[in-house]
Design a protein around this ligand. Sequence first.
Ligand SMILES: C[S@@+](CC[C@H](N)C(=O)[O-])C[C@H]1O[C@@H](n2cnc3c(N)ncnc32)[C@H](O)[C@@H]1O
Ligand SMILES: [Zn+2]
Length: 411
Amino acid sequence: MCPKRTDTAQNPGDPLSVSLKEIKEGKVSILGPKLELYSDKNRIEPCWAPIFYNPAMEVDRNISVAFLQSFSKAGSKKLRICDALSATGIRGLRYAKEVENVEYVILNDINKLAYNLIKINIEKNDLKDIALPFHSDANVLLAYFAHRGRRFNVVDIDPFGSPVPFLDNAIRAVENNGLLCVTATDLAPLMGIFQRACIRKYSAIPIRCVFSREIGLRILIGYVVKTGAKYGLRVVPLLSYSRGHYMRLFLKIRTGKKRADESLDKLGYITFCPRCGEVQIGKYSFLLEKKCKNCDSKVKIGGPLWLGELCDSIFLKKTVEVFEEFFGRKKEGFKILEKLLNEHGMPPYFYTTDYIAKTYRFEKEPTLNSIIYSLREMGYKTTHTHFSTKGFKTYANVNTIVEAFRRASEE
Ligand SMILES: C[S@@+](CC[C@H](N)C(=O)[O-])C[C@H]1O[C@@H](n2cnc3c(N)ncnc32)[C@H](O)[C@@H]1O
Ligand SMILES: [Zn+2]
């Protein structure tokens, strides 16, 4: 049964007064903003349009469809999905059309123009039976559904900037063994460009360094884990990645205080030496050395952050298979998922060829493949990473990596 729609519209908005165009994505065809009207010096800025649509996020929507399909296949229940910040409705409509076993999808947006466009797009795709438009503040909507018997088995939070203002209600609105999907685009705080903003929003210290993107992703996961733990909920990342301007998480929510404690046990701290690149990891910040054991310089400390795996290997493998079946191997999403599979089980940080070449003053930057080959020859498991095209993850310490660079540059 679909829940009743609540309409809190104050100012009626006619989306048809906005310049719209036909957009095809996946199996849906929607009306969306004419983005070419909202550009500045050849830079298209989706946020400037009266209704938001970002074509660059198709990569993520493809990954999300593939993930939800594998999640749906793994369980027996029909999916009750809440796309709490929907804009044109594209994400939720794609779930409704492309994922199997969906009972209903709620498509909600606080913007009246977006809400009216969602209604048009539902009609346009013949999805009236399973897609429900809502016009509400996402927090009000999610809080209403955060009660026994009303909860969703999938909640998707895709806001402008930080997901923090929506996380408490979103997590409470997910039923036991359900799924929480989270996007963050506030990379400047998470990656340490605005350190104080990260401390303020995420109660964690970021580090500006070669792998700050991974630190940011892990701070974000850690924050969701802590939010769940407050409510006696265990949060486990099934798939997490970062690309371009955003980070994206798919997290399983389970009830149980003991389980919540187990997740909290996977939080910890990381140190980075800005002089030589040495990294240390530990559960407690006070047990980590404040000086680098390699070069005696003062290290930077970051955290608390998630030190467990970014993905669940079973879900990841299934998602790779579904993605190939749905979208083929050539799409960017497939390459991201393949790299995630490769880097599974590797340390929670990475280096890049340009960082090592610059820090250790190598005249020439070796190719990534030559370094990976060289480290493997020396007996160290080493992989590419989805975080950076020049990045690699390895079990070798920084001195061994430098030795591999020397060998590669002598060839
Ligand atoms: C990044 S867009 C969503 C993009 C969409 N999920 C997609 O895939 O295209 C964020 C949306 O959240 C809406 N929004 C912002 N604050 C909100 C709130 N408190 N409650 C509901 N919607 C909100 C905005 O109007 C905007 O349409
Ligand atoms: Zn050092």
